[in-house]
Design a protein around this ligand. Sequence first.
Ligand code: ADE
Ligand code: ZN
Length: 203
Amino acid sequence: MAAVSNFGDEIKADRKYSEFSAWHYVNFPADKDYKDVEPSEYGDLVIGINKCIEIITSEVSSKEDKAFYLKFLVHLIGDLHQPMHIGRLEDKGGNDIQLQWFGRGSNLHRVWDSNMIDDYGMSFTELSNSLPKISKQEVKQIQKGDIYVWIEETQEITNEVYDSVEVGEKLGYQYSYRWWNTVENQLLKGGIRLAAMLNDIFK
Ligand code: ADE
Ligand code: ZN
């Protein structure tokens, strides 16, 4: 599963798949719920996740389609937990908030998508092995709700993340130290909720 988890990003390099590019995120105002706003005509994370589930569970979809959308679903449940993927439209989920990351140009989206995780210096296997160990009750608690509830929860973090920086700020160890717990927790919740979703789909 780890080997396919980045599939959704890999296909971005191929224009053949451009129709899926808006599925990775959903942008809406900080004080609104997803269900209060008109969905984007290009699709969004919710539309993408629901489409994946529809195709995977349909009796008429091909084996190839089921494999494609299953790989995509694994990716999208991860994206749902990255705060900058539940972002603000006006700055493209932090992409337009330019910052310095260890002395190099970056932006708030990239700090959360890759800089913090890459510079933590663990392989993905090491990282997943080092995530906090939690009880069965905690797993159950985390799995409660649905994608709309999970998006609301991520959005609360998004709002704090937007408040955590000034445009042009020089970020480094201190920022990572402040937020690493959140990064780990979001990775953990993403995995545990993906498991719940797959259990439900293949029950
Ligand atoms: N483009 C526009 N909004 C975006 C977001 N939240 N994440 C990634 N790319 C985007
Ligand atoms: Zn993505």
